[in-house]
Ligand binder design. Structure first.
Ligand code: ARG
Length: 575
């Protein structure tokens, strides 16, 4: 599309002396109400430089603005210059872009040559994959896809919690009360049972804690028996995590978890010492952060064991060395805010100028109360069951609405899982998410199924006209593909506007690390499309009108599909 803002800025600058187009472009606003125009320049921002009243400036602009095919008229109102698009030109240029670029519509080279490391999901071995990890997985995956779309090289890392004193406890518990077959059969649930039992028993027998510490020290020193058990616990846990990743369709470029940094931590400790940052405190070592109003970052325990902080610092140094990242982001629950602020500060104190490229991306909690589970076996099962329930419920809905659909199971999976994912991404990430099946699976509400259903509806219209949703671009290619003046009515124009806004929304989502900007925009596109669909018969007898409307439908299809893909949802063509 002709970038209308920059065109307007150029035109306005040619009328006003001494005002730069770039400065003008930054001022341009979209009026709250389309009756007031499509773009406006608030002239009070110019009145100081130009020593004139805002209204006089607006009037001068309205009178002298050179004609341009993108704009139909310009008016001055209360100190604003309001500019109206030429509707035909607008529709033609936006749809032309979408048809030409297809699934690359909105793609940019902003990140070209730059690498972003995205640390997300990162559940803990032998512990439940809880709903916080689900959110991290879903948000991280969307950020991954958005950045890749904007040209970044992305490295998705599952920083598995596979190291730490809890493994000393687990080994101790397993050796005292565990059974190989029961662990094989029970998986994480059985490992959790042992872990909980350890804590219960250790209350009365504190010597158990000593045994556990000793096992962890053995593990850190590479003791074969400890390592063998640890590897086994890890394999058992990962098998369960993989089922969830499979349902969500999420993959990683690296599974280097906390244990990966074992042989890299000695050097970190030495470096901290050499830089005079490490302080001994009753046998333990820490970095004081009093000057920054934070509690100290613990680096080594009394027994020499490393901590969560130590491993994150070692990982950041390794990732900077290995990937040379322009940005490294960490997607976790906001409960970890302090943890990240602390060790980001340590990296800064170590003198690394790239400390400011580390970004914590916190998110709020999900409230799953109100969801009923048939079993109460701990959260892994719970989460998987949540996804399975969504799939089953979706399958029931499909069964009643469209019993003759092929691939019902596959579609139910795409829509059911999509419903959960979309729910997680439908508000600012920092907000807590509430969960109700009624909203999550509401095909009419602001939900994933609503957007997917709108896409399927658009595909069905194209199909009836003998067009394919994947190759619609070809049908309307060329100058005489369709007559855009037939898309001047408000319903069609609103769809065009939403499609035109999409590329900027993707960039905003990247800037703010906020996938909900894309999700919410998809709702806007779907709502405007459905209004158009209901108000404007598409498959009419008027051939020219039909072609123009079909072109708009084809473009809506493309943008919905691209947008859904960016937030990690599938786009089934039939539901
Ligand atoms: N395993 C951690 C947890 O479950 C999350 C890890 C996040 N990433 C990181 N580099 N600290 O709380």
């Amino acid at each position: 599309m002709t970038d209308t803002k920059s065109v307007l800025a150029e035109l306005a600058a040619s009328v006003l002396e001494g005002v730069e187009p770039a400065a003008l472009e930054a001022m341009i606003e979209v009026p709250p109400n389309p009756d007031m125009g499509d773009l406006s320049i608030p002239c009070f921002k110019l009145s100081k430089t130009l020593r004139q009243s805002p209204q006089l400036i607006a009037e001068a602009l309205a009178g002298k603005l050179p004609a341009h095919p993108a704009f139909a008229k310009a008016t001055a109102l209360s100190g604003y210059l309001n500019v109206f698009f030429d509707k035909r030109h607008f529709a033609e240029s936006v749809l032309g872009d979408v048809l030409r670029q297809g699934d690359r519509y909105g793609c940019r080279a902003i990140g070209s040559g730059k690498t972003i490391v995205i640390d997300f999901s990162s559940p803990n071995i032998a512990k439940p994959f809880h709903v916080g990890h689900l959110r991290s997985t879903v948000i991280g995956n969307a950020l991954y896809r958005i950045h890749r779309f904007l040209g970044y090289d992305c490295v998705g890392i599952n920083h598995l919690g596979d190291w730490g004193t809890q493994f000393g406890k687990l080994i101790t518990a397993y050796k005292l009360w565990g059974d190989r077959n029961e662990v094989e059969a029970g998986g994480i649930e059985e490992l959790m049972r042992l872990y909980v039992k350890f804590h219960d028993e250790a209350e009365a027998k504190p010597e158990l804690d000593d045994t556990a510490r000793a096992w962890f020290v053995k593990l850190e020193r590479g003791d074969e028996e400890a390592l063998e058990l640890w590897r086994w616990f890890k394999a058992i846990s990962y098998k369960e995590f993989e089922r969830i990743y499979g349902l969500l369709g999420v993959t990683f470029d690296s599974d280097a978890g906390e244990s990966f940094y074992n042989d890299k931590m000695g050097a970190v400790v030495e470096e901290l010492k050499a830089k005079g940052l490490l302080e001994e405190d009753q046998g333990a070592y820490l970095v004081r952060l009093d000057d920054f109003n934070m509690p100290p970052a613990l680096i080594l325990k009394k027994d020499g064991a490393t901590l969560y902080h130590t491993r994150d610092i070692a990982a950041a140094l390794y990732r900077q060395r290995t990937y040379g990242f322009a940005k490294a982001i960490y997607v976790t629950d906001y409960a970890q805010n302090l943890h990240f602020q602390q060790w980001f500060k340590v990296i800064d104190l170590m003198g690394y100028e790239w400390a400011d490229r580390l970004v914590h991306v916190p998110f709020g909690r999900v409230n799953l109360e109100g969801v009923k589970f048939s079993t109460r076996k701990g959260n892994v099962v719970l989460l998987e069951e949540l996804l399975r329930q969504a799939i089953d419920k979706t399958r029931d809905i499909i069964e009643s609405k469209n019993p003759s659909l092929d691939d019902k199971d596959e579609v139910a999976k795409q829509v059911g899982v999509g419903a959960i994912v979309f729910n997680d991404l439908s508000n600012n990430r920092i907000k807590d998410v509430s969960f109700s099946w009624k909203d999550v699976l509401n095909f009419e509400g602001e939900s994933g199924p609503y957007v997917q259903y709108t896409y399927a509806r658009a595909c069905s219209v194209l199909r009836k006209a003998g067009l394919s949703a994947q190759k619609a671009g070809e049908a309307f290619a060329g100058e005489s593909g369709f007559d855009a003046s037939l898309l001047a009515n408000p319903e069609a124009q609103q769809v065009v506007k939403e499609l035109a806004a999409f590329p900027d929304k993707v960039v905003q989502a990247m800037d703010k690390l906020e996938p909900s900007i894309v999700s919410r925009h998809l709702i806007d596109i779907a709502q405007s499309f459905n209004r158009f669909y209901h108000e404007c018969p598409i498959l009419t007898d008027d051939a020219a009108l039909k072609t123009a409307r079909l072109a708009l439908v084809a473009c809506a299809c493309v943008v919905l599909r691209v947008g859904l893909g960016l937030i990690g949802l599938q786009s089934p063509e039939r539901i």
